[in-house]
Design a protein. Structure first.
Length: 628
């Protein structure tokens, strides 16, 4: 099937031209904005020739074709009448996708995801302290005080973090936001936890009738204050002359919002927050593990819907209130079952392409990111996904029966063990993970997947026929070592914040966090792709490796701003030659990650593609070995 035929089938499966708002592409993916997701025949697209996977992300339907091929497919679909758009237009349109509830939950995610790392770190500190206590160690008083600083600070100033992040998301000045948030927990106010304990500390009566306390540990009130505050600041800025904006706008914003926050929004939504917390705990406390069974069974369905960030709010509330998070173990069960189902598909299939996709996707799941497993494997064949929901429900029920509760959130399965070392629940946690894995694997292996046809044989036959008829027999591949195209610190590919790369769907390789803005050739090669935006290069080395160098994540949206390509398609380069330059500061200013991926896209042609570098790498250092 040629590219034009594939393009016609893609358009038909997307629901026709009338269902497409716009199309764009990056180095590996065709990015499509559609009017009605329900009209897409996803199974038909995933089974097309040259399609390596497809999924929804940021409101876009992204079809993975791989380097080089995606350019050709983009040209074909545009020639067949699909409308194009700029990357900025597409990004703005993506933000509008979904109903009001989906958009609201997406906003929750945008606010709380940047806060999660400090909550994770706090949970790990709690685990270490608990482990030392469990080992019978008596800590000196000053060390105990220091550990309390490590474990308590994030929750004491949590409203400050939430208001800061909310201002950032809603377009306010984050510096104003964090000051406003810290006002809510000022030392001049009675401590909320001390008042709640019923001791000598009582609420302060303002004006003789308004009881006010600090909002330590509060999440929802801080979020609402952040939303209202950011919108109020923007409204003030519109009417204040530029010449006095720097003085007047922060003053008015802090004055008005501190009054509203302390005397109106804070007290009202603190009550609402308490009711939400009571309802959450009631569900989690249902007898016979029913709460865990329900949540474990639906969690990955919620991930598919894209509204799973609601759990961030609930988990942070639980941690702030009790320093314990029962959701973490239940979610871990659901994710473990999902990864196990993917392993079962990888073990059972005879399709080499599917094996190459399944195992890295499963590893990604066990490290805490299930999207590659869901969209790349399990949902594609349906039964593995729904059987994993059953296994996740049983594992979640077991987590509730065992009373598992992590000391943090944001990490699960393998990294998540750190949240259970210090609270005496590690053995129970490992038991729950083992049960979830065995059930997910066994159900899928026995009932969830069968190869539809001997794909490997057909692919090999097609290759041999093509070589025979065209005479285009490729030169034999050679063992070779690639040197780093980027100076910086090596990052494991599985840790990259992009499911297409981290899952290994594009091939194996490494990532590098740059310390210099220069891209070098990793070997003697021909430039097969040189994007005019300068953010990605494709090379074919003289020994046969096909290498993709992709600077940053979603940097295609920058339309070349901060990038400069020094080579063109068809150029011959030597190892160490400069391919292009980039400005990491501009990437950061665009809110993007400059982590650079180095992928051997024809990984399946080799016996092994293995990273050989760790830590920092300098120009000329070996980073990847490929062996036939």
């Amino acid at each position: 099937m040629n590219n034009q035929e594939i393009a016609k089938k893609v358009i038909a499966a997307l629901g026709g031209r009338e269902n497409v708002n716009s199309v764009a592409h990056c180095a590996t993916r065709l990015r499509v904005m559609v009017k009605d997701e329900g009209k897409i025949n996803k199974e038909a697209i995933e089974n097309l020739d040259k399609v390596q996977g497809a999924f929804f992300n940021s409101g876009q339907y992204q079809i993975i074709f791989g380097t080089g091929t995606v350019n050709k497919m983009y040209d074909e679909v545009v020639a067949l009448g699909l409308p194009t758009s700029s990357k900025d237009d597409m990004k703005a349109e993506a933000a509008k996708q979904g109903n009001w509830f989906q958009r609201a939950i997406r906003t929750f995610g945008d606010v709380f995801v940047p806060i999660i790392p400090v909550i994770v770190a706090t949970g790990l500190f709690m685990g270490v302290r608990g482990l030392l206590t469990a080992l019978g160690m008596t800590l000196p008083a000053d060390v105990t005080t220091y550990t309390q600083i490590l474990t308590d600070t994030a929750f004491i100033i949590l409203p400050g973090l939430v208001v800061w992040s909310t201002f950032r998301v809603f377009g306010g000045n984050p510096a104003v936001g964090i000051v406003l948030g810290m006002m809510l927990v000022s030392g001049s106010l009675p401590n909320a936890w001390a008042v709640a304990s019923g001791g000598e500390v009582t609420a302060m009566n303002f004006f003789g009738f308004i009881p006010v306390v600090g909002l330590q540990g509060s999440v929802l009130p801080a979020f609402i204050i952040g939303v209202v505050g950011a919108k109020f600041e923007k409204a003030v800025r519109k009417v204040v002359p530029d010449v006095i904006d720097l003085l007047v706008t922060p003053f008015v914003t802090l004055l008005v919002m501190s009054i509203l926050g302390l005397f109106v929004i804070g007290p009202v939504f603190h009550v609402v927050e308490n009711y939400i917390l009571i309802a959450t705990k009631a569900i989690l406390s249902l007898p016979f593990g029913l709460g865990g069974f329900l949540i474990g069974g639906v969690h990955q369905l919620i991930v598919v819907s894209g509204v799973h960030h609601i759990f961030n709010l609930l988990e942070v509330q639980l941690l702030a209130a009790d320093h314990a998070n029962p959701f973490n173990a239940i979610i871990t069960a659901a994710m473990t079952a999902q990864g196990a189902a993917t392993v079962a598909v990888g073990v059972k299939t005879k399709n080499p392409k599917l094996k190459t996709l399944a195992f890295p996707a499963a590893l990604s799941a066990f490290l805490g990111i299930t999207e590659p497993a869901i969209f790349g494997v399990n949902l594609r064949f349906r039964k593995p996904f729904f059987l994993s929901l059953i296994a996740g429900a049983i594992g979640g029920g077991l987590a509730s029966i065992l009373g598992l509760a992590g000391t943090g959130n944001g990490i699960t399965i393998i990294p998540g063990t750190m949240l259970y070392i210090g609270n005496g629940q590690l053995a129970q946690y490992l038991l729950m993970v083992a049960v979830s894995f065995v059930l997910g694997f066994a159900l899928t292996y026995m009932f969830g997947y069968e190869d539809e046809k001997e794909v490997a044989t057909e692919v090999e036959t097609e290759r041999l026929v093509q070589e025979e008829t065209t005479g285009n027999i490729p030169a034999a591949l050679q063992n070779e070592t690639l040197v780093t195209p980027i100076v910086g610190d090596v990052v494991a590919l599985a840790d990259v914040n992009d499911p297409v790369f981290s899952s290994g769907a594009m091939g194996q390789g490494i990532a590098v966090k740059p310390s210099q803005g220069v891209v070098y050739a990793p070997a003697d090669a021909e430039v097969s792709i040189a994007f005019p935006t300068g953010h990605a290069f494709g090379l074919k080395t003289t020994d046969g490796a096909e290498v993709l160098i992709h600077v940053g994540i979603d940097t295609v949206s920058m339309d070349g701003e901060g990038f400069e390509a020094k080579v063109a398609q068809g150029d011959k380069v030597k190892a160490g030659d400069v391919l292009g330059t980039f400005d990491s500061n501009k990437i950061a200013a665009a809110g993007l990650d400059d982590t650079t991926m180095v992928i051997v896209t024809n990984t399946a042609d080799y016996a092994s593609v293995a990273p050989v570098a760790t830590g920092s790498v300098a120009k000329g250092d070996a980073v990847i070995e490929v062996k036939i």
